[in-house]
Design a protein. Structure first.
Length: 591
């Protein structure tokens, strides 16, 4: 036990010592901190940002704040798997504490969530300071003149309470913190479509109920070292909501960048390359399983914020504070064009919905300024391979920004999808996402296109609790009779794109690919050889064309030739006894 403790102490100090050197920072945003003697000092400020508070202490602070300020109310969005409330604070000058009242203020509604990955908790401590300054302390009261602020301090509440020193090895503070995934080991930021987690179901209901003009997901990223402390981005105009992306690109980013710089922060784009000085910036489109991909698919302006894990905790928390402050200032000024962009996207009925993208090969990428950090490559005696050592010395250069903006596959939305009554689990998910449909009270026959599936390929291991699958689809025109209780999902709706992404089996975030329809991939009726053998003989005798086809198959396909079972099955498939619905995807397209 003693040895274990000694080893633990050595490992924590080793982790701190082994992090790449911090770049000295003393930004103007330090002035936002209040002294420990202030009655409204936040729990993290009181420790000079060495620590972050537990769930109970966080909620206790917020309860005290709400009690002291008429402009705040706290509501529970729902319970986590372990029964904790996921709290949301509503900050409104008009005390508009219902969704309708909030809409009637005609001010922007900004919803920011912290701790979807609970170890990345900067947003929580920033939000506590900001809510205090907007209300009891009064130094930022003007922010509520132009916007309403909805704040979820801890989204992954159960993961947050898996609280200890051993939480994020690549991160510079706080001293202790929570875990990435929830109590069921689900990553909430892969859960927006399938919504397995209770916490996620609560959040999706909140998005529908409170209809934010802007949805912000606050994270901390590791990866390469660079100078930026606050990086943020969204799906580009090649995604699902181009008008909204353009607003973010042109009306939003430069204003928030300027606000951050003024306070001594170093804003940057999302960087997911290992060596930004050489490789620059690579931006993809996020899938709907992720917060900002989901927001894009349902036309909610959505921003992913990634503070940089190698920056000290005080710098990161203050950076997020300034980010949120200038987001509220910018949206207050730019609300009219944002609302126009949202309305444009909700009214748009795209000819095709993109499914995959790539960086265009024939377009020279734009060169952008990169605020990087010098590194050295050495040979590792442990791996025998090259290792990167970050040296903490700022370097500025220009490098390419590659954006996956060329659509490589897409699907044309049908007039409507039909989901048969038997698939209640899928229909319940449509309900959760707020996708409207008509439920038929009596059976109805409809001319539809359905997919026959072939070559299903299941992943060899689970992902987020599901065994995912892809397949080849062959369309078939059919007259299909849908039983009472089946639903017709029109795509001529604001959420038509989201419905397409959920129901089209070639979509990477479809319910099909998440494994909801795995049972239809089984062929469930069989034939005995002693029946099939004489029947095959009769079929050959009665149908010379079939006989020729069989002969050709035997001659050309060696595997088939050597497989007696496959040879009989070939005939079985050509009898009316064979399952006519084998591998028929049950969701149909009404074209
Ligand atoms: Zn994260």
């Amino acid at each position: 036990m003693l040895t274990a403790l000694l080893l633990s102490a050595t490992l924590t100090s080793a982790q701190t010592a082994l992090l790449p050197p911090a770049i000295p920072w003393n930004g103007a945003s330090r002035a936002l901190m209040v002294p420990a003697s202030d009655p409204w000092v936040t729990p993290s400020e009181a420790t000079q940002f060495r620590k972050t508070p537990h769930y109970d202490e966080t909620i206790a602070y917020l309860n005290r704040l709400v009690k002291a300020s008429p402009n705040l109310k706290m509501i529970s969005l729902g319970k986590s798997a372990e029964g904790r409330d996921v709290w949301m604070v509503i900050a409104s000058k008009e005390r508009a504490f219902t969704p309708d009242a909030l809409r009637r203020t005609n001010k922007a509604i900004v919803l920011a969530q912290a701790g979807i990955h609970a170890g990345e908790i900067d947003g929580k401590d920033a939000g506590l300071m900001l809510l205090r300054d907007m209300t009891v302390r009064g130094t930022k009261r003007d922010l509520l003149d132009g916007a309403n602020f909805l704040f979820v301090p801890i989204f992954n509440v159960d993961g947050h309470e898996r609280f200890n020193r051993w939480f994020r090895i690549n991160q510079r503070g706080p001293e202790e913190g929570g875990w990435r995934t929830n109590a069921r080991n689900l990553n909430l930021n892969r859960d927006y479509v399938k919504a397995d987690a209770e916490e996620m179901q609560a959040m999706i209901r909140a998005l529908r109920t409170w209809q934010p003009d802007l949805y912000i997901d606050l994270h901390v990223t590791d990866g390469a070292d660079y100078q930026y402390d606050v990086t943020f981005g969204w799906n580009s105009a090649a995604g699902y909501s181009p008008a909204i992306s353009r607003w973010l690109d042109t009306n939003y980013r430069s204003s928030v960048d300027a606000g951050l710089r003024e306070m001594g922060h170093i804003p940057g784009p999302l960087i997911f390359t290992d060596d930004p000085l050489a490789a620059g910036v690579a931006l993809g489109q996020s899938d709907p399983r992720l917060s900002h991909g989901y927001g894009d698919a349902r036309h909610i302006p959505s921003i992913l914020v990634e503070n940089h894990s190698l920056k000290p905790y005080d710098q990161r928390v203050l950076g997020m504070y300034v980010f949120l402050e200038h987001t509220l200032r910018t949206i207050a000024r730019e609300l009219a064009p944002l609302r126009t962009a949202i309305a444009t996207e909700r009214a748009r009925r795209p000819e095709s919905v993109p499914l995959t993208w790539k960086v265009p090969a024939d377009v020279q990428p734009q060169q952008v300024e990169i605020l990087g950090v010098e590194s050295r490559k050495t040979l590792s005696p442990i791996t025998g391979d090259v290792q990167v050592e970050w040296l903490g010395k700022p370097v500025t250069t220009r490098a390419p920004m590659r954006v996956a903006s060329e659509v490589t596959s897409s699907v044309k939305p049908p007039r409507a999808y039909w989901v048969p009554a038997a698939w209640q689990e899928v229909i319940a998910k449509l309900d959760l996402h707020g996708i409207a449909y008509e439920r038929i009270a009596a059976p109805r026959e409809v001319d539809v296109t359905m997919y026959r599936l072939s070559n299903p390929k299941h992943d060899t291991s689970q992902f987020e609790g599901h065994v995912r699958v892809t397949t080849t689809t062959t369309p078939e025109k059919r007259k299909e009779r849908f039983p009472a209780g089946s639903v017709r999902v029109s795509t001529d709706k604001p959420l038509g794109t989201l419905a397409t992404l959920l129901l089209e089996p070639s979509s990477g975030d479809s319910f099909f690919q998440w494994g909801y329809f795995n049972s239809i991939l089984a062929v469930t009726e069989y034939v005995e050889d002693y029946i099939m053998e004489p029947m095959a003989e009769r079929m050959l005798a009665e149908d010379p064309k079939l006989a020729e086809e069989f002969r050709a198959k035997v001659e050309s396909d060696a595997a088939f030739r050597g497989d007696s079972r496959a040879r009989l099955w070939w005939f079985y498939q050509r009898t009316p006894f064979y399952d006519e619905r084998a591998r028929l995807y049950p969701v149909a397209r009404e074209e």
